[in-house]
Design a protein around this ligand. Structure first.
Ligand code: PEP
Ligand code: MG
Length: 756
């Protein structure tokens, strides 16, 4: 028998012996035996278990090889030393020379000086770290993959022993678990929800961990995988009626996102890996949990957001497979009213399931705006936050929460007063929304009669019905890359043409400004051969890729011309930094125009203005571009040197500030002189105070995400521009180094009874 199999079978005997109590510390006996077994089977001189205690303390609970008197005495904070690092990051530390690692923390009482190499593995259960299992050796060595594998398997068993003992620290235990806590996050979908929390995932095994008969376990896995695949097909079919409701938002979402998911599900690689782990001696459930854990670790190390998304899909599938193994393929029970889902990660199928069960909101620790779950949540108009780190561990099953998607925060266990406040805000909002809906067919015009064009930013087919829902004037920004990201690859010319034609059909007479692929930065396709860059937002991305790979860009331009098929066509280029780049891109477009018939009846070629260098090339640019669209998201990022994706910086620099308003005015004045239309299409346009100020400056064409359109229209309908403009001019004239004009503008709006 190989060492790992022998170790597992001896551990099985140990666990079966029920040797768990009678001691002052109820798990001291099995732990002592466990570390002894591991040390001897792995041929390591030391094996130790550290258990997490209240207050984020890791305590040495058992050791073979270190000084026995250190047990119960040696304590490290989570994050302190290699052990603390392993617990804090929940990743394996495999170090040939641990004592020279910068994180090493010396504890003389342990007597660990002679040991050079260290392998530390986090002990996790249901997504929580319960402790750390470590082995050490005198000789400096890198532990083999097999050794890491074995130690990770042992750590799973250990997690069950610790959980059964009920003595591990719980972040949700004690007084701290009853107090309100606020978690800041990123708004993925605005809106408010109030209700009980529901925890997603965190599944753990209720049955056996070790396989008595690996062949039987493999058969169970095979059957469960088939059941899961069938359940998934049914779910996707139910959500993706291929022709009947092609315009329905859910159906479109399914087409564009779930197709990618189905491919991941059908990929045999991860199931093979589960099979391997079963052959190593684990039960099917334990093997799935193990592989899900490996995926989580890989996700933590992968920066590429798109690959992370793929791995999140796989983790989602692991959860389904686990349920399938337990015979419970789809959970149908409805959830309580107002339920808020808390998840570490969430795949698209899980989101659809939960939505069908009636959740009112979701907070996901690891979710990005371009992630699958966020794309679907937007289509379903489900309030959602991303980046709410720590919320899953902090929440208990009985907790209530307020999800404030507008302010980007989740309040766990809110005071009754806070809940009431939000309940009132929700009521007021539904009343407001009812009022806004009435505005849909009214023209967008200020109270004193200045017309404003309010358009939509769109990225997916499923958002097209927002044109009619909001009564938008058109699509001021169609982000062509989003559909490619949703499908996981760049579609060929014909497929692209079909996508763009659908957009033009939906818009009818309303204008659509198509932006060419803006890939790179945070928008990466899987497997894209992009160089590793220190600052991807400023790297080889967007039009830079298009110009260096002209075949790719030309294919897209051809698709746009084919889609237009003799209609009007407006195309703009993202991330243009020089007039020369604009010229080169336009030349590629004109070359395609010569090849494609019928020609568009009218062709407009414009540029995004989102790189500050263009500001000093405006006279030349304005002589050549048919229109300009200001991308304030990127423009502010590059202007203030402030990463737009960093939660720590959000709100630090303001569009309503002297430099930005001066800049925008300068662009406007020059564009007006040149007779070139200017619009602004960053997220800022959807915020009433910003929209009002932009219109006050003279930018009367705004393009924004759909939820902002009617509130902005409502505000403009009550805005007297002739009163606001002199006020705005005065505060700008009297500016004395303020970082922001937000407060005086807000006060003015309130004094004038505007709905901000
Ligand atoms: C912008 O940068 O403001 C913009 C609209 O483009 P994106 O958000 O797609 O980068
Ligand atoms: Mg941009």
């Amino acid at each position: 028998m190989t060492a790992p199999r022998r170790l597992l079978s001896r551990l099985r005997e140990l666990m079966a012996s029920g040797n768990t109590t009678q001691d002052a510390s109820p798990y001291a006996a099995p732990l002592a035996e466990l570390v002894r077994l591991v040390a001897s089977e792995l041929v390591s001189e030391v094996c130790s278990v550290y258990v997490q205690r209240p207050g984020d303390i890791l305590e040495l609970a058992a050791t073979e090889g270190l000084n026995p008197s250190a047990v119960g005495r040696t304590r490290l904070r989570v994050g302190e030393g290699i052990i603390g690092l392993c617990a804090a990051t929940a990743t394996v530390e495999n170090l040939p020379d641990a004592q020279n690692h910068p994180a090493f923390a010396y504890r003389p009482e342990t007597g660990e000086e002679p040991y050079a190499s260290l392998l530390a593995v986090p002990v996790r259960r249901a997504g929580r770290t319960l402790g750390v299992l470590a082995v050490q050796n005198r000789t400096p060595r890198h532990y083999s993959d097999e050794e890491v594998d074995v130690l990770e398997t042992v750590s799973m068993l250990l997690a069950e022993v610790l959980a059964a003992s009920g003595q591990t620290d719980g972040a949700d235990e004690g007084l701290a678990g009853t107090l309100p806590r606020v978690f800041a996050g990123t708004t993925l979908v605005a809106g408010i929800a109030i209700g009980p929390v529901i925890l997603h995932g965190g599944f753990h095994i209720t049955g056996k961990l070790l396989a008595d008969d690996p062949e039987a376990e493999l058969r169970r896995l095979h059957d469960a995988a088939e059941r899961m695949q069938r359940g998934l097909d049914e779910l996707i079919e139910a959500r993706m009626p291929s022709t009947v409701a092609a315009d329905n938002a859910d159906a479109s979402a399914s087409r564009e996102v779930l197709e990618a998911y189905r491919l991941v599900a059908a990929d045999a690689g991860w199931l093979r890996r589960v099979g391997e782990v079963i052959r190593g001696g684990l039960s099917a459930e334990a093997a799935v949990q193990r592989v899900a854990g490996e995926l989580r670790d890989r996700m933590r190390r992968i920066a590429d957001p798109y690959l992370r998304e793929r791995l999140a899909d796989l983790e989602d599938l692991a959860g389904r497979l686990m349920r399938s193994l337990s015979g419970n393929i789809v959970a149908h029970e409805a959830v309580p009213l107002g339920a808020i889902l808390l998840a570490r990660r969430l795949g698209p199928a899980e989101l659809l399931d939960w939505h069908a069960r009636g959740i009112d909101g979701a907070a996901v620790e690891e979710a990005s705006p371009s992630g699958h779950a966020a794309i679907l949540a937007r289509a379903l108009n489900l309030p959602m936050l991303g980046g709410t780190r720590g919320v899953v561990d902090a929440a208990g099953p009985q907790d209530q929460a307020v999800l404030d998607g507008d302010a980007g925060q989740l309040i766990l266990r809110p005071d009754a007063d806070v809940r009431q406040l939000y309940a009132r805000a929700m009521e007021a909002r539904s009343a407001l929304q009812a009022g806004w809906a009435a505005l849909r067919n009214r023209p967008a015009v200020t109270h004193d009669g200045v017309p404003v064009s309010l358009m939509l930013n769109v990225g997916l087919g499923l958002e097209l019905d927002q044109l009619d829902i909001t009564g938008a004037a058109g699509i001021g920004l169609f982000r062509t890359e989003i559909a490619m990201l949703a499908r996981g690859a760049i579609a060929d010319t014909a497929e692209q043409a079909a996508i763009y034609a659908r957009v033009m059909d939906a818009a009818g007479d309303r204008p659509v400004l198509f932006r060419t692929l803006d890939l790179g930065g945070d928008k990466l396709l899987p497997g894209a051969a992009v160089p590793l860059e220190e600052n991807p937002a400023m790297g080889w991305r967007s039009l830079r890729i298009g110009l260096d790979r002209p075949a790719l860009l030309r294919r897209q331009l051809r698709a746009l011309l084919l889609a237009a098929g003799g209609r009007k066509l407006s195309v703009m280029f993202p991330m243009v930094a020089t007039v020369a780049e604009f010229r080169a891109a336009r030349a590629l477009l004109l070359a395609e125009v010569r090849r494609v018939r019928p020609e568009p009846t009218h062709l407009s070629v414009g540029t995004m203005l989102e790189v500050p260098s263009l500001l000093w090339q405006l006279p030349t640019l304005l002589a050549e571009a048919d229109f300009i669209s200001i991308g304030s998201n990127d423009l502010l990022q590059f202007l203030f040197a402030a990463d737009r994706g960093s939660p720590a910086l959000s709100g630090r620099y303001d569009l309503l500030s002297p430099p930005v308003l001066d800049l925008l005015e300068a662009v406007l004045v020059q564009a007006r002189e040149a007779g070139v239309p200017v619009s602004l299409c960053g997220e800022a346009a959807s915020r009433p105070l910003e929209a009002m100020t932009l219109v006050g400056l003279g930018i009367t064409s705004l393009s924004m995400p759909a939820p902002g359109l009617l509130p902005v229209k409502a505000l403009l309908a009550r805005l007297d521009l002739s009163a606001f403009q002199p006020f705005l001019a005065a505060i700008r004239r009297n500016a004395a180094g303020e970082a922001s004009f937000r407060e005086p503008i807000l006060n003015w709006a309130r004094e004038h009874g505007l709905p901000v």
